[in-house]
Design a protein around this ligand. Sequence first.
Ligand code: NAP
Ligand code: ZN
Ligand code: ZN
Length: 348
Amino acid sequence: MSTVHAYAAEKAKAPLGPFDISRRTPGPNDVQIDILYCGVCHSDIHQVRDEWGGAIFPMVPGHEIVGRITAVGDQVKNFKVGELAGVGCFVDSCRECAPCKSGEEQFCQNGMVGTYNGRDKEGQPTYGGYSTQIVVDEKYTLHVSEKLDLKGVAPLLCAGITTYSPLRHWKVGKGSKVAIVGLGGLGHMGVKFAASFGAEVTVLSTSAGKEEDAKKLGAHKFIVTKDPEQMKAAQGSFDFILNTISAQHDYNAYLTLLNVNGTMVVVGVPPEPSLVAAFSLIGGRKSLAGSLIGGIRETQEMLDYCADHNIVSEIEMIDIDKINESYERMMKNDVRYRFVIDIASLKK
Ligand code: NAP
Ligand code: ZN
Ligand code: ZN
């Protein structure tokens, strides 16, 4: 066991502050990682505030983790000390159910073990990447290229895979007319991937001031959703909508923007449910679907794609003592486009 510095919320809605945790001594299949950077996902806020229910406290959030390997167990085959590594949203799963066997561990029928706010197989709470070190089974550890700017790689472990996976699953590419709703951490990665796959990309945003950035990220068009005229003009125009909105909103308003046979995939997880009218779907044979992060194999595929195509997240680096302020700023849609914690600030 080793004692590791971390930042935790002691109870729901409490501000985060310094907290020490124990990490296990690496077992035969484990990789020990010295964490360098950790992204700040809106899911961290939902969970720290216990907006989805069942949260475990004290909570050390963080599931966009990159760092360098400092030790490996004697059975570890694919990782070496000194290499870069990444950890995403889960650190274990049953490994036996059909989704686990097919490489979609995020849908484990016995419940994946979240990187934080979960319980490991011994029933102990898991702690995430707002900490200086983590120990993870090599099967749940990702390879990270030395080619990319590491700070911008951290958000790929959640925001990256959560947008890459549905765009691939629904075969978005050349000829697709795609809308990305919400230009935050997930949304800006969605724009980069959809543009990189050859789609015509429109950003739908409540923040008129993000238009120039959206175009720089690869969007071709920008719609301010608060403007009824712009929304009306866009009706029936998209094949695929990726909805990343974190707060409650009206799904029907976006479903009207789909073309015949179009699909809206929800990845944002507002705490409150939204009512969907049958009429929003039947006229135009529209689909409403959801998607959750991605499996280990696809996460590695996404990281390799990013290394090949020089794709990273646009980040604002923060010291750990700015974390509570960062949450406040994210609640005001004031993030361009992902906060990333410099974990060196936790080692001081
Ligand atoms: P974020 O960086 O805070 O971005 C969310 C964006 O949504 C905001 O920047 C804003 O964009 C838009 N928005 C916020 N409130 C809105 C409202 N009331 N009406 C319309 N638009 C609004 O959050 P994130 O980290 O990208 O996460 C987004 C959501 O995805 C969260 O709910 C998170 O928990 C969830 N998530 C899901 C998965 C999954 O696997 N499905 C994985 C990670 C995260 P504009 O300023 O452009 O309007
Ligand atoms: Zn996340
Ligand atoms: Zn399973």
